[in-house]
Design a binder for this molecule. Structure first.
Ligand code: NG1
Length: 399
């Protein structure tokens, strides 16, 4: 299917809804983190890739100072007055768009009114960042529609993150908006969460391997409280380590060699939490280098070590994720597999040789159904490009 084929149904639905064609369209992808988990809030490195699941928005400006938003997925409409933007309680999907407009206005910009139609195929609540994709798509759309071209991609990603922090009320880091904006076809992105420097790394063996995401269908119930507890434990570890290394300001400053000298002085469970972060940070760096060198075997080993560390030291896995990862490790064509995201449910990410994908899906499904009587869902993707404009034909074909 070419790109326009995917856009035409949105154009048709827009015309039905708003009685005229859209003049502009954007897309922004979801993402999966390949390695570097629970390192972002310790100022360390993460290594995500954008995936071939995305949010699309088509729109046209209007003179009234309001956003008229229609969600195709929810079949719901919301009107947001730009002079008085407030979060919606019952149509919370619209807050990711309204929040971006709010941040733009707070930053001194002047977005105008428009009619928008939103559509997406990123599963919601699976840890694949559908919310960041919606924010980034909205931010790119407003920039283009209202001539705010002095805002750089990087500033726009930061603005989208602020919308999530301030308007939606989720205290996320920058990874999700950054990769949704900056992703590149067939590349993963090593991001330094302290400096925001980022390096694109080509995925090896194009056409031979895929990223396979497996949704455990276990919703992440404990994520909020346990996630916050891990963050506090990392802070506690940092404060203990500062006594021995007074110049450090984040766990990312503690290199494995430094850690080995002092590990015995730190009590559990703080010791285990710090150990995960310090080595995981190194694994993210080593992982980027491994892919750069086409060394999928080493990358797979690092993924395995990452999962074991998340399971035993950071203690954020669960029996369901462990079952899926164990099954994946047993498939010959699987180069590496681990849980991805915060943990406590959600998805695993694996790198699988294309010829083994069907066998991989079958094996994971059999094992998982046998142990938990739950069917997992799969997404097979290549690393995708970041946000971009959609081609909207000037002559709309007759529908
Ligand atoms: P997921 O589970 O992908 O939403 C969460 C955090 C990330 C990061 C990871 C763990 C949010 C919105 N995101 O990601 O910033 O800390 O856990 O690596 O809280």
């Amino acid at each position: 299917m070419n790109a326009l084929d995917k856009t035409l149904p949105l154009i048709k639905a827009f015309i039905e809804k708003f009685d005229r064609p859209p003049i502009m369209g954007v897309r922004a992808p979801g993402r999966v983190n390949l390695i570097g988990e629970h390192t972002d809030y310790n100022m360390g490195f993460v290594f995500p890739a954008a995936i071939e699941k995305e949010i699309r928005i088509v729109a046209s400006p209007i003179s009234a100072p309001e956003l008229r938003i229609y969600s195709m997925n929810f079949d719901e409409s919301v009107t947001v007055p730009l002079t008085d933007i407030r979060p919606s309680k019952d149509k919370s999907w619209s807050n990711y768009i309204a929040g971006v407009a709010d941040e733009l206005i707070k930053s001194g910009y002047n977005p105008g009114g428009c009619e928008m139609l939103v559509w997406g195929d990123i599963p919601i609540g699976s840890g694949l960042s559908s919310s960041a994709a919606m924010e980034v798509a909205a931010a790119c759309l407003f920039r283009r529609l209202f001539n705010l071209s002095d805002i750089s991609d990087r500033s726009l990603a930061l603005l989208a993150q602020k919308a999530e922090n301030n308007f939606v009320g989720v205290n996320c880091g920058i990874m999700d908006q950054f990769i949704s904006m900056m992703g590149w076809d067939n590349h993963a992105l090593l991001i330094d969460c302290r400096t925001l420097n980022a390096m694109l790394v080509p995925m090896p063996r194009r056409g031979e391997i895929s990223i396979v995401i497996c949704d455990s269908n276990i919703r992440r119930k404990l994520t909020g409280s346990e996630y916050n507890r891990r963050r506090l434990e990392c802070e506690e570890g940092l404060n203990l380590l500062k006594k021995q290394f007074p110049t450090i300001t984040a766990l990312r400053d503690v290199l494995p060699g430094m850690w080995e000298e002092v590990e015995h002085t730190i009590p559990d469970p703080i010791r285990k939490r710090c150990r995960h972060v310090i080595y995981e940070n190194q694994r993210a760096l080593d992982g980027a280098e491994a892919l750069e060198n086409n060394d999928l075997e080493f990358f797979g080993e690092l993924m395995k070590l990452s999962h074991i560390s998340l399971r035993d030291d950071f203690e954020v896995s669960c029996p369901e994720l462990d079952c899926l990862v164990r099954a994946a490790w047993g498939v010959e064509e699987c180069c590496g597999s681990r849980l991805t995201g915060a943990g406590f449910g959600g998805c695993t990410v694996s790198i699988v040789k294309n010829e083994g994908i069907e066998k991989f899906k079958k094996r994971l499904t059999e094992n998982y159904v046998k142990e938990f009587s739950i069917e997992p869902n799969f997404i097979v993707s290549q690393a995708a490009s970041g946000a971009s404009l959609l081609r909207i034909p000037s002559a709309i074909p007759a529908f």
